[in-house]
Design a protein around this ligand. Sequence first.
Ligand code: SF4
Length: 371
Amino acid sequence: MSLKIDPWSAPKTLDYERLLKVFGIRPFKELIPLFTEKGIPLSLHMRRGIIFGHRDLDRIINAYSRGEKVAVLTGFMPSGRFHFGHKMTADQLIYYQRLGFKVFVALADAEAFAVRRLPRSEIVRIGIEEYVANLIALGLDAEKTVFYFQTNRGTPYYRLIQLFSGKVTMSEMEAIYGDLTPGKVMAAFTQASDILHVELPEYGGYKHVVVPVGADQDPHLRLARDLADRMKGVVDLLPPASTYHTLIPGLDGAKMSSSRPDYTIFLTDPPELARRKLMAALTGGRPTAEEQRRLGGMPDKCVVFQLYRYHLVPDDETLRAIREECETGRILCGPCKRRAADMLVEFLRDHQEKLKSAVEVARRVVEPPSF
Ligand code: SF4
């Protein structure tokens, strides 16, 4: 049975098991012995099973341990505010940067223009002040990162886009993406160039590239990998590696998204507003306090627990203790939410303090397109 994913409009939930089976994504956990053998620490999201799948990450890890040049690349569409779903990707970039990977961040302004139809000046402002600034405030080293707007990237990058368009048929594109518009076709080839262009000598010649994505973005990886193979004889490209993470839910349990501000926590939310949002979040609590004390809560169905797990509690032992308190009914949802809200407010206050200077750095390190 076919499984199509529209990366521009993801369904509320994805069947991760099917994704592994249908598209041949490998389980991440099979790589844990390789990380151990090479003495490479796992990231928080790897340890907690949030990163659940990969393609060819073993090739990248082996290249890294041989001392070869390695890179990580991701893209953000600058069309809304930076939220905790984006932070998940930011944390992975920071993890790889601290290992010594070169980091590339594409600001997908061409895509925002084609798919979201926003004014250019607004796209550029959001790209710099929301995305780049928040990434820097979270800890990405601006001096060691290449941030670029797609429309500014130069001739070889655009040459790839044009050459790619001769290597795929429309029905192959539709088999990957479903229904397409001209804007989405352009956006898809542009994303493929984002992923592959860093292999060109003009951009550093990074042959071992990993792209961490939410599972809904897999179509872009499948296209880029196919194109890398089909460009043989034109230019030498290796298929990119990728990792796949589960998406953090919004506060009502559905998708976290800029277009759903009541159910999404933004990193620029006033802390007390974020507290109110969190206090209204869906939990895995029981209908009555008596039942919860008797049966325990259900952390795996609880949005608040997912916030602890993805973001608020870096220490594994503390997270394990929170799970146990919940599952044994020793804590009720009210006090548990208040504890999470206190952690969230503290995080946001600290982050927003860093953001003040990060905006200035972002304006300095990213060149805006001239129109
Ligand atoms: S006690 Fe906490 S973790 Fe457990 S269901 Fe309630 S809010 Fe969620």
